[in-house]
Design a protein around this ligand. Structure first.
Ligand code: SAM
Ligand code: SF4
Ligand code: FES
Length: 342
């Protein structure tokens, strides 16, 4: 095996220039994916944790340049589920055997802290772990959700390149994004972050910085996804990220952070029909099947070609279960919290 990979294996650490070397050299890819798969197996085992994803509102006050939910996208038909619908989908998710639901939305101010807390308290009655993915909030709001019973929070840094961050996020602030991550850690959430791979003018150097940042913040989960250009955004003509590079970043994250949870992301499967299984064999140990019902799936159009938009929660559950079993992995029956052994 290559010297850098040997070092990564024995120390779970690499310098920025070593990271860049792996990212730019495709000859090492097979060794990289095999090593990430072994480290996944040795540290988090063969179980795959399923998290049922509820996309409860596509209304967003932000204008992230890459995202179809951005407020300036007039073409998108907007929706907002009622708290009753959200709770109903969560209860159904628990009946399908999910141990966690992920509540995700645009930054929709209609969902006040009070409303979110009420939804959390209702869902907690069904013994589900709750992950929130609802954007940037104040310390007090994060605290209120935690006290109501939220367990985890996903908020990707998207990119650690501050110039690129500014270009991609008009009216948003990198400092505030990192403040959110720090507040969530202070409040004892399991904290998930991640980045987009293939943003316009993103360099391998900056991806290496992203990886080092995930280690520095001691994340519990890291989701890596290729950027997929959306025709109804200012980035419609961009090239977007590749499956291969996103997979490489994900595999390196596994090697450097052996015990964390890493999802095989939906965006990976959008670029490759077998993307989630390949990701599960290259370091990932989590899948987030959609449990949103009806037409809402189509309307949560972050990027084009999103998978499962015509499928039901039941179909997704059966589909993913058979895929996971086909590669000799098992579906976890526990909550799948991050267990730190190192
Ligand atoms: N609004 C919340 C937030 O931004 O944290 C959660 C919802 S947002 C739709 C979830 C994730 O979608 C973002 O963190 C971003 O990485 C991803 N995303 C948005 N647009 C995308 C695109 N065009 N291609 C791939 N992923 C995208
Ligand atoms: Fe809104 Fe999140 Fe999309 Fe940004 S990424 S526009 S915050 S939904
Ligand atoms: Fe939705 Fe396969 S996971 S149809």
């Amino acid at each position: 095996m290559d010297k850098i990979l040997e070092k990564a294996k024995s120390t779970n650490n690499l310098t920025k220039s070593e990271l860049v070397q792996i990212l730019q050299n495709d000859e090492l890819n097979e060794d990289l994916f095999t090593l990430a798969d072994k480290i996944r197996k040795d540290n988090v085992g063969d179980e795959v944790h399923l998290r049922g994803l509820i996309e409860f509102s596509n209304i967003c006050k932000c204008s992230c340049k890459y995202c179809g939910l951005r407020k300036d996208n007039d073409i998108l038909e907007r929706y907002r589920l009622t708290p009753e619908q959200i709770i109903d989908f969560a209860i159904k998710a628990s009946k399908y055997g999910y141990k966690t639901v992920v509540l995700q939305s645009g930054e929709d101010a209609w969902f006040s802290a009070e409303k979110v807390c009420e939804i959390i308290r209702e869902i907690k009655k069904f013994n589900l772990a709750i992950t929130l993915s609802i954007g940037e909030k104040t310390f007090e709001e994060y605290k209120a959700y935690k006290e109501a019973g939220a367990d985890r929070y996903l908020i990707r840094i998207e990119t650690t390149d501050e110039n690129l961050y500014k270009k991609m996020h008009p009216n948003m602030d990198f400092e505030n994004r990192t403040r959110c991550l720090k507040d969530l850690k202070k409040l004892n959430y399991e904290v998930g972050s991640g980045c987009l791979v293939g943003l316009p003018n993103q360099t391998l150097n900056s991806l290496a910085d992203d990886i080092l940042f995930f280690k520095e913040i001691d994340a519990d989960m890291i989701g890596i996804g290729p950027f997929i250009p959306n025709p109804n955004t200012p980035l419609s003509d961009e090239q977007g990220g590749t499956f291969k590079l996103a997979l490489k970043v994900m595999a390196i994250v596994r090697i450097l952070m052996p015990t964390i949870n890493i999802p095989a992301t939906t965006a990976m499967e959008t670029l490759n029909p077998n993307g989630r299984i390949i990701a599960l064999q290259s370091g990932a140990n989590v899948v987030m099947p959609n449990v949103t019902e009806g037409d809402y799936r189509k309307k949560y159009e972050i990027y084009p070609g999103k998978i499962c938009i015509n499928d039901t929660p039941n179909q997704c559950r059966n589909c993913i279960e058979s895929k996971i079993k086909s590669i000799g992995r098992t579906i976890s029956t526990n909550y799948g919290f991050h267990i730190k052994t190192k």
